[in-house]
Design a binder for this molecule. Sequence first.
Ligand SMILES: [Zn+2]
Length: 342
Amino acid sequence: MNQSLFGLPKVELHVHLEGTIRREILEKIGRRNNTLPVKETGAFLERIYRSGGDLSSFLRRFAAVCHHLRSPIDFYLAARDYGKQLSRQGVLYAEIHLSVQIFTRRGIPLQPILSAVDEAFEEAYRESGLMLRLILDGVRQWGPGSMLELVEMAEGTRRWKVVGIGLGGDENSFPAESFREAFRAARDRGWKTTVHAGEAGGPDSVRDAVEILKVDRIGHGVRAAGDPSVLDLLARCQIPIDLCPTSQRETGAVAKNDIYPLRTFLDRGIPVTIGSDDPALFQTDLTNELSWLQGHCGLSPEDLVRVERNGLEAIFCEPEVRRRLGAIFHAGIRSWQRNRTD
Ligand SMILES: [Zn+2]
């Protein structure tokens, strides 16, 4: 691992618990739940964890992972393993998305899932000081009614470290306007919000996320690079966007031959954060994303500090945690700047 990147205090704001589950962990879960084929397990898992393919093939692989998650302990195992991965990378804080309705619709109750995840988060904190929080993600193609249901379900979940409500899934299924009411309801109840926009959809989808859904942060947002007026909007409103380079290049949100538009956003003063999205499925992690940006977009040491500070400022958690984290983060940055060996 790049030692210099390891020592950098990091914040991960765009990652899905389902997409963090490594092959070994999924195999363990699948065997316990008898959801893996008895024969040719290896080939079956190979199909889930192979790289390449477009957005729809990725969504199939994501769904295939979800198929095996059947009981609260599965979520505990996933969150526990991912916490260890983050600690090894020097991550201080992460907000992890979970599309809970995929599971509640199958009859797994919400509270035991959140309780299991919370236990893993607590253990990670006791072990390494890593702070983990959860974002409950809606599924866009299930429509506005389902999103309103999620906002209802979220009531009373703050005690399980839920800090926000998001919306992912098929960006081109329902327009932002359909979700205006659900996002207003979430805001009225004091939730911070985020939405996946400008991934499969174009710059207008990013504009709608800001103007119609009034979100606090945007997942991806990368296609805003194609419209200067949307870039201006993001800069003016200082809306953070979570760029996830490997995911966006794998799914075709950014063509592999195109110059990755990191500098377009940084040069306009848009608060960019860096995420790994679905690290196990894209065979990456946060450190690798930063390393790739160093090599391909000239991400300088100053830029690294800037994107991590942007992440810190964009977090959704409660003020007390934010204060504590801020002190640790800034001390870590000072130490990193003193000791950097690149
Ligand atoms: Zn995502």
